[in-house]
Design a binder for this molecule. Structure first.
Ligand code: TYM
Length: 334
C-alpha cells in the first residue's frame, strides 16, 4: 500500500514498433484502472538490450514509448512514468534476486526458449536472467497488481515464486503481486497467422497493426487479414482468424462477441473487416494526434521525466534498503 492505495506496476520494452496487441492487451487497461492505484509505468529499456540494439534507435524508441504512455491517457502528474535505466534500484535488486532464482526455473521460461531460438548467435546471460529483472521491477515497488497480456503470465508466476521464497527466509519483505488480465484483448493474434501472437518483431508487417500506422494502412491490413471459407461471423475456436477480429472489434467498441455476431449476421467478411478497421482507426487516430502534440512539447516531457524519476528512486530505495539489510549488507554510514 502507498498512501492508502494499492500499488500497480507495469512496463513495456522499447523494442520495435508498438502493436495493437500491446495497446489492447496492456496499455488500454493501464489507463482504465490507473485511477484506483498508485501507479508506476516504466519504459523497460534495460530489458531491451538483451537483444542487440542500435543505440540511437533505442533512445528514440524509448522516448516514443514514454510519450505514447501519456498520449494513451496516463496523466504523468498522477502516474509515475519513467525510464527503467534511470533508477538504479532495478539492477541492484535484480542482482540480489538472481541469487534466489534457480537455473531450472529460468530454463523453463518459454520466452527465453523462443528468443534463444530467434537470436541463436547471441544467447547472452541477460536474456536468460531477463525474468529476474522483471521480478525486480515488480517487487521493488511492493506492487499488488501487474496488468499484462497473457504472454507474460509465466514471468509473473516466477516473480511470485521468488518473492515467496525470499519472504519464507527473511519474513514479510515483499508484497506478492497478482496479474491483471483484461477481459478482452489479452492475446491479440497476427492478422496473417491467427495461430501466432501479434508481435513487434514479426517479419511480415501485414500481420501487425502498429500504433503509428495511418488509417489507410490500417484498413488495408484488415482487408487482407487471413480468415476462412465458412463465410459467417462467429466466435468459435474453429474460426481463429474471425475470432481474433471479433476480439479486436470488441476491445475497440466495448461490444460483446454475441452482439457482434448479431450485428454481422448474414453479412459477408468484407463488411466485417471494414468495420473492424474503422473501429481500430477510431481508437488509434486520437492517440496519434495526442502523440504528435506532446512530441512538440519537449520541456514539458523533460520536466515530467525528471520529477517522476525522483519519485521512482525514492520509493524503490525504500524496498532496496530493506532487502539489503535482510540479506546482511553492512548498514550505510550517514
Ligand atoms: P512487451 O514489451 O513484449 O509487451 C508489453 C505488454 O503488451 C502485452 N502484449 C500483448 N497483449 C495482447 N496481445 C498481444 N499480441 C500482445 N503482445 C504483447 C504484453 O503481455 C505486455 O503486457 N517482459 C515484458 C516487459 C516487462 C514487464 C515488467 C511487464 C518488463 N518488466 C514488469 C510487467 C511488469 C515484455 O516484454 O512486454
Amino acid at each position: 500500500m502507498l498512501d492508502g492505495k494499492k500499488v500497480l506496476f507495469s512496463g513495456m520494452q522499447a523494442t520495435g514498433n508498438l502493436t495493437l496487441g500491446n495497446y489492447l492487451g496492456a496499455l488500454k487497461n493501464w489507463v482504465s484502472i490507473a485511477e484506483e492505484y498508485e501507479t508506476f509505468y516504466s519504459v523497460v529499456d534495460m530489458h531491451s538490450i538483451t537483444v542487440r540494439q542500435d543505440p540511437a534507435e533505442l533512445r528514440r524508441r524509448a522516448r516514443t514509448l514514454l510519450t505514447l504512455y501519456i498520449a494513451a491517457g496516463l496523466d504523468p502528474e498522477k502516474n509515475c512514468i519513467y525510464y527503467q535505466s534511470h533508477v538504479s534500484g532495478h539492477a541492484e535488486l535484480a542482482w540480489i534476486l538472481n541469487c534466489f532464482t534457480y537455473m531450472g526455473e529460468l530454463n523453463r521460461m518459454t520466452q527465453f526458449k523462443d528468443k534463444a531460438a530467434k537470436h541463436a548467435d547471441n544467447i547472452n546471460a541477460g536474456l536468460f536472467t531477463y525474468p529476474v529483472l522483471m521480478a525486480a521491477d515488480i517487487l521493488l515497488y511492493q506492487s499488488d497488481v501487474v496488468p499484462v497480456g497473457i504472454d507474460q503470465m509465466q514471468h509473473l508466476e516466477l516473480t511470485r515464486d521468488i518473492a515467496q521464497r525470499f519472504n519464507g527466509i527473511y519474513g514479510d519483505v515483499f508484497t506478492i503481486p497478482e496479474a491483471y488480465i483484461g477481459k478482452v484483448g489479452a492475446k491479440i493474434m497476427s492478422l496473417q497467422d491467427p495461430a501466432k501472437k501479434m508481435s513487434k518483431s514479426d517479419e511480415n508487417p501485414n500481420g501487425s497493426i502498429y500504433l503509428m500506422d495511418d488509417p489507410d494502412t490500417i484498413v488495408r491490413k484488415f482487408k487482407r487479414a487471413v480468415t476462412d471459407s465458412e463465410g459467417c461471423v462467429r466466435y468459435s475456436q474453429e474460426q481463429p482468424g474471425i475470432r481474433n477480429l471479433i476480439d479486436i472489434y470488441c476491445a475497440c467498441t466495448g461490444k460483446t462477441p454475441a452482439e457482434t455476431e448479431r450485428e454481422f449476421d448474414g453479412r459477408g467478411y468484407g463488411d466485417f473487416k471494414m468495420a473492424v478497421g474503422e473501429a481500430v482507426v477510431s481508437v488509434l487516430k486520437p492517440l496519434q494526434d495526442r502523440f504528435a502534440d506532446l512530441s512538440k512539447n519537449k520541456d514539458y516531457l523533460d520536466g515530467m521525466i525528471r520529477a517522476n524519476t525522483e519519485k521512482a528512486q525514492y520509493y524503490s530505495n525504500k524496498t532496496l534498503r530493506k532487502v539489503q539489510k535482510k540479506v546482511g549488507f553492512p548498514e550505510r554510514i550517514r
